[in-house]
Design a binder for this molecule. Structure first.
Ligand code: MRU
Length: 347
C-alpha cells in the first residue's frame, strides 16, 4: 500500500486497528488504536471512521483483531456475536454487513482447522478486502475522470474521498487523479449539514491535494448550477439497489434534482462492494436516523434551536435512478437501463 492517507491500518504489532479519528479533522490529526468490540462500535457510531467502503474495511480488520482473543471452544459463537454487533451499528451502507459477513463466512468454511490457522486466514482476508478497495478506487477515479473536461468545475456532496474508502476514494477520485496529472478540475464543496463532512473532510482532502475548491452551504448549490458554474455533480454511494437507485448522504437527492432542472449531469461513483442486488429498489434500503442533537446543538457554542424542539435526522436519502446520468464503478461507466446493465456486470 502506498504512503497516501492511512485512515485505517493494522497497528504494527497487529493487536489493534489504527484509525485516523475523522471527528478531530480538520483541526487535529489524531490516530486511535482500537482493541475492544465496544471501542470499535463506538468508532463507527460516532463517525470516527466513516464512509461506506471504509466501515467495511474497518469491520474486517476489527474482526481479525477481535478473533485473536477468542478461545477455541468459544471461537465461532464469539465471532458470530461480534460480527452481528458491529453490523448493527449502522444500517444503510451495505459494505459494513458485506465485509463482516465475508470474514465470518471464511472462518466458518475453515471449521475444524486449528484456531491459529483460522485467525491467520482472517488477517489475510482483511488485507485482501483493503487491497481490493484500493484497486477499485483507482479504477473508479480513472473512469470518472474520462467523463470530465479540463477546466470543468464539479459539485461534491458529503465526503467520498480517501477518508471514506482507501487512497483515491470514489466521488473525489477523478479530482485527485486530475490534480496528480496537472489537469485543473475545480470543485464546489457542499458543506453537508448536519455533520459537515464536506466542510470538515472534503475541503481538507482537496486542499491537501492541491485541488482548487470553494466551500458553499448546501442551499447554494441551486444558484451555482443556475449560473452555469457547475459542469457535473459527483457523489459516492452507501448502497445501490438493483434498479440503480442510490442511497447516499442526506442532500444528495436534492442536489440531483436541482442538477436535472439545470441540465447538469449527475455521476454516482461506487465500488461493486456497494451494490446490493438483493434490494430491488431504493425503497428497500434501510435509512439510518440519528440523534436530533446533530441538528439542534452540535457545532454551536449555544444550541441554535429552542430546547426540546422535535428534530428528524435521517442520515441518508435515495437518489432515484432516473436522475443519475451515469454510474461509475471499477468496471467502467454504466448508462441506463441500470436494472439490465447492473445485473449484466454484477449479477
Ligand atoms: O455518514 P457518513 O459520513 O458515513 O456518510 C458517507 C457518505 O454518504 C458517502 O458519500 C458514502 O459513504 C460514499 S463514500 C465513498
Amino acid at each position: 500500500m502506498s504512503d497516501k492517507v492511512k485512515n485505517i491500518a493494522l497497528s504494527s504489532d497487529g493487536s489493534a486497528v489504527r484509525i485516523l479519528d475523522q471527528t478531530r479533522l480538520p483541526g487535529e490529526v489524531v490516530y486511535l488504536d482500537l482493541r475492544t468490540r465496544e471501542e470499535m462500535y463506538e468508532a463507527i457510531k460516532a463517525l470516527r471512521v466513516r464512509g461506506a467502503p471504509a466501515i467495511g474495511i474497518f469491520a474486517a480488520w476489527g474482526l481479525y483483531v477481535l478473533a485473536q482473543g477468542y478461545g477455541e471452544s468459544e471461537f465461532f459463537s464469539r465471532l458470530d456475536a461480534d460480527c452481528g454487533y458491529l453490523i448493527s451499528c449502522r444500517p444503510t451502507a451495505v459494505n459494513l454487513a458485506r465485509q463482516a459477513e465475508r470474514m465470518r463466512a471464511l472462518a466458518h468454511s475453515m471449521a475444524g482447522r486449528p484456531v491459529p490457522d483460522i485467525v491467520a486466514a482472517l488477517g489475510r482476508e482483511a488485507k485482501a478486502i483493503h487491497e481490493e478497495d484500493i484497486a477499485m478506487c483507482r479504477a473508479i477515479a480513472e473512469a470518472g475522470l474520462s467523463l470530465l473536461h479540463p477546466g470543468d468545475t464539479v459539485l461534491t456532496h458529503c465526503n467520498a474521498g480517501p477518508l471514506a474508502t482507501s487512497e483515491y476514494g470514489t466521488g473525489l477520485g477523478p479530482l485527485l487523479l486530475a490534480a496528480e496529472r496537472g489537469v485543473e478540475i475545480k470543485a464546489y464543496v457542499d458543506e453537508t449539514r448536519p455533520l459537515l463532512q464536506g466542510a470538515r473532510l472534503t475541503a481538507w482532502e482537496l486542499m491537501n491535494a492541491g485541488v482548487n475548491c470553494t466551500l458553499i452551504c448546501d442551499n447554494m448549490a441551486a444558484l451555482a448550477m443556475k449560473q452555469g458554474r457547475v459542469q457535473a455533480v459527483l457523489a459516492g454511494c452507501d448502497r445501490m439497489a438493483a434498479n440503480g437507485d442510490a442511497a447516499n448522504k442526506i442532500g444528495t437527492s436534492g442536489a440531483a434534482i436541482i442538477a436535472r432542472h439545470y441540465g447538469v449531469p449527475v455521476y454516482i461513483l461506487l465500488p461493486s462492494s456497494t451494490i446490493d442486488l438483493s434490494c430491488p429498489t431504493g425503497a428497500d434500503i434501510p435509512i439510518e436516523e440519528r440523534d436530533g442533537e446533530e441538528i439542534r446543538s452540535m457545532w454551536y457554542e449555544k444550541p441554535m434551536a429552542p430546547a426540546g424542539v422535535k428534530c428528524w435526522d435521517p442520515a441518508f436519502d435515495v437518489t432515484d435512478h432516473g436522475l443519475i446520468t451515469a454510474i461509475v464503478t471499477e468496471k467502467g461507466v454504466i448508462y441506463p437501463p441500470y436494472d439490465v446493465n447492473l445485473k449484466k456486470l454484477f449479477g
